[in-house]
Design a protein around this ligand. Structure first.
Ligand code: AMP
Ligand code: MG
Length: 690
């Protein structure tokens, strides 16, 4: 566990507003928790960035979460500078000094004038240089000719690394001078407002700690289809959030130099090794289009399908241990299957076709059996050959043993026989290098056979999806315990844990919790530490005791999905510390139907598998029903004598009907009139993956 709950990394910029379209050399920020980063956020100017950061810090403080915030700008200048400017030994006095003087607007700022004013204090030829404006500014050299810097060119931290830029240079390739002048005033305000500690000047025991980062310390070039700044903040945030507390503390334990320090110097390898999990889901991943009140089932499913992606890490496993895992990448066949042409039958092999009529061929002594190295058969001869044997050189056709008579060393049979008859071509099933199995496939018995046949030794798979199950409700009591009549037994949890297991995921039992906000929040935190997904039942609506939805809403990460479905009250879909949460209704029938119809396919995507479409079929109804339009209905059903029967009661408290049924009849969103014999859509429980 990291000492910080949340890590945010920011790539700062000294320039003007960069416009609405995400681009390089703008401000980028990325949040990460527990080794997983969210999607990087594009911030077009500093004012927007300051608002975004303030909102984040406020929310994290509200949730009692510690934050480590990194910025890619020097927190200090070479020795002596700050003191000469402010008259104070405290390097943070310079942050406030700059904050008093820097004027910032999206399209203009006074950084060159402030730099020139400082330069004039030292004779007007340095320490700052470079002027990005048309007009000349007294005291600010445009180039380094005639430049004079009364201070060191580099800080100690920069002398220990290579490739950093000088804080004195205000523009040009890779310069950081401007973003420092334009960044420190913002940091000064954030520090004051949130009581943050600025590292390494202050002890890091505050809920918010600001650190100086330099992504190139550990990162190489960005992947070619990604914006470099976005990629860098995401990678740094992810790896830092994955660090163990001890490692992080070791990195933060540096002398309190007034020049500031770069996070991670001397610990590069640890930082690089720390990355490795896929990015997690954003808080808004379950947002619904505005204005929609009752979302049709198919729209809800389409949204889940579009928004969710794998959240588990990947690992390599020997094929023998891969059963039950989901492939994380395509498996290419290391060799062809079959590797050599061979015979599909027992018989006699020779070269070429034979026309109609009787044919005789001399048979060689001996035989070719499966596992024999292919020999040679001379033109015009035949050899006895057994199923699976590689075709000897000079054999491409096999005649069935039953169709042959053998007499005095000669075989006789009747044509016609086609060329290649009764043989298998090399690679006719899978050619070497072909994709034998695509990523997203769950490895079952058939896949094990195929992987073995093509000679795969190891495969990349997803770690199992860990799904926590939590029952909420003060009325609940553990099954099997003595219970007063005003309590009800927790029926959902055993059901959901078993559904998860049958769907191939790893159930994590989080027990049950009373309807109390803090207790539910504590279980959510526990789930986020132990699992990749949380499924709750109960408390998902918008009532007084509906704490699942209340908590997720307070965390700013929930959407109440009012899905037009029966049975099923609203689903609370949200994200808690990067972990997706499915808040199912408490009613066991609704909980099971919603788990199968919505949570099941969603979990498949989160686990790295393909989106499953439960296959149903049309069967004549054995019942009558008048269904109104405007929602999809699922009826507990089973097939008897070729017809779909439905459970006598549609009451969603009738758990017995779930067991009575073998599947569900799905009645469409539109109105339908069912009478005995009307075809209805029946989906067996097995088609949902049970
Ligand atoms: P809720 O969604 O919390 O309003 O609960 C709806 C109904 O489902 C209430 O009658 C609850 O008592 C019942 N219920 C909630 N959770 C469970 C559970 N785990 N097992 C059985 N019934 C439950
Ligand atoms: Mg309840």
């Amino acid at each position: 566990m990291s000492a910080f709950d949340t890590v945010v990394m920011v790539d700062w910029s000294g320039g003007n507003d960069t416009g609405p379209r995400p681009r390089q050399d703008a401000i980028w920020a990325c949040i990460a928790r527990g080794g997983r980063s969210e999607t990087p956020v594009y911030l077009r100017n500093r004012a927007e960035a300051e608002v975004w950061l303030s909102t984040l810090f406020e929310a994290e403080a509200g949730a009692n979460r510690r934050v480590l915030a990194g910025f890619d700008l020097p927190f200090g200048y070479p020795e002596g500078f700050a003191e000469q400017i402010t008259g104070q030994a405290d390097p943070l006095a310079l942050w406030d000094w700059l904050e008093d003087r820097i004027e910032d607007a999206p399209r203009s700022n006074n950084r060159f004038d402030v730099a020139a004013r400082i330069n004039r204090q030292f004779g007007g030829r340095g320490p700052f240089w470079f002027n990005g404006l048309q007009r000349d500014i007294d005291g600010l050299p445009r180039r380094r000719e005639n430049y004079h810097n009364p201070f060191a060119e580099w800080r100690k931290a920069e002398r220990e690394t290579s490739g950093t830029s000088s804080c004195w240079q205000l523009g040009g390739v890779g310069s950081v001078g401007s973003q420092t002048l334009m960044g420190l005033p913002v940091l000064a305000r954030l520090r004051r407002r949130f009581g943050a500690a600025a590292w390494p000047f202050e002890p890091v025991d505050k809920p918010l700690v600001l650190v100086e980062i330099w992504p190139s310390l550990t990162l190489g070039a960005a992947p070619k289809d990604m914006i470099k700044d976005a990629w860098q903040v995401s990678e740094v945030a992810r790896s830092v959030s994955a660090l163990e507390t001890d490692t992080l503390n070791a990195i933060l334990a540096v002398p309190r130099t007034p020049e500031g320090w770069i996070f991670g110097i001397g610990h590069e390898a640890v930082l690089q090794a720390a990355a490795g999990l896929p990015p997690c889901l954003n808080n808004d991943c379950f947002a619904l289009p505005p204005g929609v009140t009752w979302t049709p089932v198919n729209d809800a499913l389409a949204l889940l399908k579009e928004r969710l992606r794998p959240v588990t890490s990947t690992l390599r496993l020997p094929v023998g241990q891969a059963a039950g895992h989901i492939l994380a990448s395509d498996v290419e066949a290391p060799r062809a299957s079959p590797p050599l042409p061979n015979t599909a039958v027992d018989g006699y092999g020779f070269a070429g076709a034979r026309g109609p009529g009787l044919h005789r061929l001399p048979a060689l002594g001996g035989r070719a059996a499966a596992g024999d190295a292919p020999g040679i058969v001379p033109e015009g001869h035949a050899v006895r050959i057994l199923t699976g044997a590689a075709l000897p050189q000079g054999v491409d056709t096999v005649v069935l043993q039953e169709d042959v008579t053998l007499h005095e060393g000669q075989i006789a049979f009747r044509g016609p026989i086609k060329p290649g008859a009764n043989t298998r071509q090399a690679g006719e099933d899978v050619a070497a290098g072909d994709v034998a199995l695509p990523k997203g496939t769950r490895v079952g018995p058939a896949e094990l056979a195929l992987l073995a046949a093509v000679g795969a030794a190891e495969v990349a798979v997803h770690a199992p999806l860990r799904v926590a199950v939590l029952s909420t409700g003060t009325e609940l009591i553990e099954a099997g315990q003595p219970a007063p009549p005003d309590r009800i037994y927790d029926a959902n949890r055993p059901m959901l844990l078993e559904i998860i297991r049958r769907l191939g995921h790893q159930p994590v039992d989080l027990g049950q919790v009373a309807d109390a906000r803090d207790a539910v929040a504590a279980r959510f935190d526990a789930a986020a530490r132990q699992a990749d997904v949380l499924i709750t039942s109960g408390g998902a609506s918008a009532g007084d005791e509906d704490h699942v939805s209340a908590l997720l809403t307070a965390a700013g990460a929930m959407t109440l999905w009012r899905i037009a479905v029966k049975p099923g009250r609203p689903l609370a879909l949200g994200v808690w510390s990067g972990m997706p949460v499915f808040g199912l209704p408490g009613n066991p029938v609704a909980a099971m139907v919603c788990a199968l119809v919505f949570a099941g396919p969603a979990m498949a995507l989160l686990a790295g598998a393909e989106w499953p479409e439960p296959q149903g079929f049309q069967v004549p109804a054995a019942f009558s029903k008048h269904k109104k339009p405007g929602r999809t209905e699922y009826l507990r059903a089973r097939i008897r004598r070729g017809r779909a029967e439905v459970f006598a009661s549609e009451g969603s408290g009738r758990i017995s009907g779930l067991s009575w049924a073998d599947g569900l009849v799905e009645l469409p969103h539109e109105a339908v009139e069912v009478t005995p014999g009307t075809p209805v859509h029946y989906i067996p429980f097995g088609s949902f993956g049970l």
